[in-house]
Ligand binder design. Sequence first.
Ligand code: GDP
Ligand code: MG
Length: 219
Amino acid sequence: GNKNINAKLVLLGDVGAGKSSLVLRFVKGQFVEFQESTIGAAFFSQTLAVNDATVKFEIWDTAGQERYHSLAPMYYRGAAAAIIVYDISNQASFERAKKWVQELQAQGSFYMFACINVYMAVLDSLLHVAFLRPVADITVKLLLFSLNCNPNMVMALAGNKADLLDARKVTAEASSSFYAIEAQVYAQEYGLFFIETSAKTATNVNDIFYEIAKRLPLV
Ligand code: GDP
Ligand code: MG
């Protein structure tokens, strides 16, 4: 049958990497050359049909400025998916992307540990009450769900502005594929899904959301 899934998704990455542009392209099919800087964060939603499920993405587009860093956990906590965006013509933005991955993965393992502890403790106490035994497991799962416990975050790394061929050609031919190779190797090592995108030409923009949707549990 048809399943409807709501998935909170957060975009993280350096200022100017193209987070807002990717969202604008995905949600409205548009691109603007002079995209305004995001203040705080912006919310969008878009649905996508994957297999026999409909995924409704609830998208948080964050600002990326260092001065908003302390707000970031509000957006990524409990998120089912994250897209970490860098600009293929900007090495510093790639370094910043790695920092985000580190932060998410550190949070993830801490969070998973906390979730499992809650799960075990509550399950254990429920199992001591005979009439609660049959519903113990589902009760705890509902509790964890209401606490926004979602340790299995799907993470994607997006090398955006893939249309900037000139910016890559400025560097030597050998190093033009350097970013992609470096990013691919990095993504593999850290268990991320990696793809190069262009919000400008729309290359791989729907694809990244589609790939994320496919990787969500229950799809
Ligand atoms: P954010 O700070 O990460 O949200 O980045 P923005 O979406 O605001 O984009 C910053 C600038 O990069 C804007 O001028 C965009 O027009 C431009 N930009 C975004 N994505 C692309 C892309 O794929 N290709 C090119 N050439 N420019 C892009
Ligand atoms: Mg923005």
